[in-house]
Design a protein around this ligand. Sequence first.
Ligand code: G1P
Length: 290
Amino acid sequence: MKVRKAVIPVAGLGTRFLPATKAIPKEMLTIVDRPTIQYIVEEVVSSGIDQIIFVTSEGKSAIENHFDYDFHLDCVLKEKNKRNLCEELDSISNLIDIVSVRQKKPLGLGHAIWTARHVVGNEPFMVLLGDDLVLAETPCAKQMLDLFDELQEPIVAVQRVSKEQTHQYGIVEGEEIDRERTHMVKRMVEKPAPGTTDSDMAIIGRYILTPEIFDLLGRTTPGHGGEIQLTDALLALKNLRSMYAYEFEGTRYDAGDKLGYLKAILAYGMRHEKLGSDLKEHIKELAAGL
Ligand code: G1P
């Protein structure tokens, strides 16, 4: 089956980024010239998916508005003869079909995904977490979708992290298979205490899931941090069918973390068509003064 839908949970409070996120959704913080969430949506679009399901919460309407058509703004810009801007805004509102569902209580990532079950229905789907930006030649989502076309089994994106960092991630213990960058998942654990796993394969916020996950999520009890964890339901899914961990090609930035966010701004800024060369020049000057 083909993956047509992507669930993007955007209901989180963004506490790691306070005070910046007190009145603004963290997904709307800007990287160079667009909000972080737009990079995720563009990744989905360029990977060939047809529909996005945002799982939102109170105070997140700026995200939906960003991808909507703004009649008033359009009129004002047209009056001022700002055709290029009009076209750019128009293309954002026409990027892809977007549906929103509300997560009414902050019960965890697993619960957020479960909230989208009626809109996803009985088909495989992708999940992308807004904090994880991946700069890659081929979009990370597309790399995974190509693999899913072949395997037709759930896939989680992983990257190697240091032993000191494993407690910050869902960790996968896997077995190599005869396919580059791909492992068969044996066990997974959400944010393991230091020293409790030998694996350094951390789950990054890209998943392709099959619809059995919804029943499993509905039965998952609170886990790490008292929240309903997607990783716990994934472990149950792995007991029903094969599951693969895929080491994607590209560089991942944790845009939900202050340092990760700064690194993302530099990386995306340096690649920017109009600003890149001036920014690189400035970075050289700064480095020379260190
Ligand atoms: C979530 C997942 C975790 C994963 C991480 C990747 O955790 O629960 O398994 O490794 O995203 O960014 P969070 O960062 O939301 O605590």
